[in-house]
Design a binder for this molecule. Structure first.
Ligand SMILES: [Zn+2]
Length: 156
């Protein structure tokens, strides 16, 4: 997934709330794993696929949820829905990255990427390979769904 994580976070967040901190938490969760691209480009010099970083490892988020969700519950019920929306959006992010990118769903048991579609390297630049592949239609559909939900939102 290249462009649709933010709108996917929005769609996920709208399943929890119409606006406010719950929606913002979901949008943050929708994009947060890809902040590893900063490290990927600036520190590691693109040495290996950024899905190797811990923010793209489901086991890390499961462990985080086991810590954060009880804390959120203890802190007060107003923290539970934003935390749930955040982790739901993280899950959606990882599922979308599984379509063509690959996620290590079984780490630490197996150190292997799982993906649904292999995008062939048919063009000189990797972005063209994804944009000109039918899998990019899924990104456009997510954008369309998010825009539809946004435009149908009644004024507060
Ligand atoms: Zn990602």
């Amino acid at each position: 997934m290249i462009t649709a994580h933010l709108p996917a976070g929005y769609v996920t967040g709208r399943a929890f709330a119409r606006s406010g901190p719950v929606l913002w938490a979901a949008m943050l969760g929708g994009v947060l794993p890809d902040l590893d691209l900063i490290w990927f480009y600036l520190i590691d010099g693109r040495a290996f696929h950024h899905h190797h970083y811990w923010v793209h490892i489901p086991a890390f988020w499961v462990a985080s949820a086991f810590i954060v969700l009880p804390l959120a519950t203890w802190r007060g019920t107003q923290w539970v829905r934003p935390a749930l929306a955040f982790f739901a959006a993280i899950l959606v992010h990882l599922l979308l990255d599984t379509v063509a990118g690959g996620i290590k769903w079984l780490w630490p048991v197996r150190d292997r990427f799982f993906h649904l579609v292999t995008v062939p390297a048919a063009h000189a630049h990797w972005i063209l390979n994804f944009i000109l592949h039918p899998v990019f239609l899924a990104e456009l559909a997510i954008w369309a769904a998010a825009l539809l939900i946004l435009l149908r939102r009644s004024p507060a």
